[in-house]
Design a protein around this ligand. Structure first.
Ligand code: NAD
Length: 256
């Protein structure tokens, strides 16, 4: 968490799914750099407590609810009069392949990842347009680049987020809105979501795997702050020429 990120101070930034893992790491880093952070999540108890800890604001928010997005933006506008950044981070990862993915799991995954990101980008652009522009970061995954058999719906949704991001970036550029939109693609990062997956898929705890992972990856296991620094960079002014791109944070896992 060390080192100032140029151009974050004073920005008004909404982070969804901020009551855990990557979202909280983003919120904490951004707050430490002087941003006005609005954390949102369905987990009200945890989200409120963590927001208090880092001096952020918390709003209860289901990202698949379009009307709630409207209210969140009204609240942000009423408090700050502007929006400079949005991190569409909230997510779930159901473990199921093409043969056993139920339509319920499929729809839930699409509602949270695709509807949520779509509603978020639409609502954010509306407010950012009135305050001179901004930066949107959509949390995708390396699943969008390679497809993970046991995460069928998740891979499809993250692929959709990747291409939606590019379409939004080019629209905003064409319309001269001064709004950038990029996706971030983490590999396996040490969060509750991954702990759950490891337990379900291979019946191991991350703790038990840690030495093995440390030996495999020269720089150790990916931690939430590794992703948070990429998110902060994309939200900051120093990335002003970075738009419509996909930032992979996986220590080379998709290369080898
Ligand atoms: N951890 C990884 O290895 C990894 C890798 C690639 C991508 N990602 C992505 O990063 C994001 C965060 O994942 P994480 O690992 O921190 O998971 P996590 O489970 O620790 O946190 C996810 C958060 O999203 C919230 N959430 C779930 N449904 C919601 C909804 N409908 N509305 C609002 N909030 C909701 C949860 O309450 C939780 O606080 C997700 O989009 C995930 O797909 C994670």
């Amino acid at each position: 968490m060390s080192g100032a990120v140029s151009g974050i101070e004073g920005k008004v930034i909404v982070v969804t799914g901020a009551a855990s893992g990557l979202g909280f790491a983003d919120a904490r880093l951004l707050a430490s750099q002087g941003a006005h952070v609005v954390m949102t999540d369905i987990d009200v108890e945890r989200g409120s407590a963590l927001a208090k800890e880092i001096g952020a604001i918390f709003l209860a928010h289901d990202v698949s609810d379009e009307d709630r997005w409207g209210q969140v933006m009204l609240d942000v506008e009423a408090k700050y009069g502007r929006l400079d950044g949005l991190v569409n981070n909230a997510g779930v990862a159901h473990i199921a392949n093409i043969e056993n993915t139920s339509s319920k799991v499929w729809r839930n995954t699409m509602a949270i990842h695709l509807d949520g990101t779509f509603f978020g980008c639409q609502a954010a652009i509306k407010l950012m347009k009135t305050s001179g522009g901004g930066s949107i970061v959509n949390m995708s995954s390396t699943a969008a680049l390679i497809g993970i058999p046991d995460y069928l719906a998740y891979s499809a949704a993250k692929g959709g987020i990747r291409s939606m991001t590019k379409a939004i970036a080019i629209h905003c550029r064409r319309e001269r809105l001064k709004i950038r939109c990029n996706s971030v693609h983490p590999g396996s990062i040490n969060t509750p979501m991954v702990h759950h997956a490891l337990k379900e898929l291979v019946d191991v705890d991350l703790g038990a795997m840690e030495d093995q992972e440390k030996a495999r990856l020269s720089m150790g296991i990916g931690e939430p702050d590794d992703v948070a620094h990429m998110v902060a960079y994309l939200l900051s002014d120093v990335s002003k020429h970075v738009n419509g791109t996909e930032m992979v944070v996986d220590n080379g896992d998709t290369v080898v």
